[in-house]
Design a protein around this ligand. Sequence first.
Ligand code: HSE
Length: 437
Amino acid sequence: MSEALRVGVAGLGTVGSSVVRILAAKSDELTRQCGRPIVVTAVSARDRSRDRGIDLSGIEWYDDAAEMAEKAGIDVLVELIGGDNGPAMACVKAALKAGRHVVTANKALLASQGLALAEIAEKKGVLLNYEAAVAGGIPIIKTMREAMAANTISRVYGILNGTCNYILTRMEAEKMDFAECLADAQRLGYAEADPTFDIEGQDTAHKLAILTSLAFGTKISPDDIYLEGISNITQADIKAAGELGYRIKLLGVALRTETGIEQRVHPTMVPMSSVIAQVHGVTNAVAIETDTLGELLLSGPGAGGDATASSVIGDLADIAKSRPGFQHGPVFGRPVRELAPYKRARMRSHEGGYFIRLSVRDRAGVFAAVAKRMAENNISLESIVQHANGQNTPDVKTVILVTHETMEASVRKAVEKITGDGHLIDKPQVIRIERAA
Ligand code: HSE
């Protein structure tokens, strides 16, 4: 039997503890699969005394993850600390420079520093694997890096944040409060250390930036992503969406347009009949549209300790099976020098359908004034309805408009004009509609 693959785990939170536990529990089976054992020989975390329900006896402890990456007798560093700088960056860099493979679940780090890290990995001839960084347990990186060579991708989109999908699902199904749903997601170990990263869309954006690079062969460009989170989605939006035959999901979308690549993260109305509308709770889904394959949709657990550990351990098994000269391909699907510069399509040029919800004063001419602003901006309406706003506010009405395909710039201008007309009693709500599988 070949020598064991020696692993150092940096970060023993929900995911790190699952990795250590599953590696021990499945040790015999993994050894049979890989032809050699995978053994955790070193760990690093903040608090040594905390009971994590895992056996750490015989495992070397390091207070400093970078020191472990450099000095411990390990073949692979598993980085599960998180964050786009600080100790995560320090230990990953140290490991790669020392010629050790790295497995990471850190999407923030890859989105901001992925290219620089990939260059070091290439130079050192080691692997930088990150299946767990995007969509938790779904093998989307493997699919995009290894199985799509015959395909030109036109659009990649999906539900990439378990916390947001969990919140939106429960808000709809149980008419629950946003804050209560978020607290449950945190308790279940889905949310980031700072949950604003989840609900304001940054976590989805980090994951989308990685998928965009893999899909279009471009340099990673997280700062070019249009970003809106779910914190202003209300029960009124969820209810209106349902009545119109839509469901609201936080989507990350990247597509090739005539002027460049559009990357956006925002709450989105998807047709109730689409498969992606049936993706509930912490489940994620990623759809890829290509010329050769048509449409591919992968769906599965997107967050949580064991789901994420499944991807980490899959990456470790790939390393254990690899032999010098027979390693897997480049970090972002092609060598760094082959990645094209990213060319951004402007969000104002985005074309699609729009849902617009307005709270207006109930007086003569308001409905007509709203319709006039739409016509002035060449926006063709699919529907326009007016509802009473409830007994407590008899002088307020809700107007809901659904547009045909139109340009973002026109919608922004029309909504600005309507706001300026002085008929609104609240901020207008605009939600994009997306064609979906
Ligand atoms: N906070 C993330 C989520 C964890 O909710 O999807 C997985 O990246």
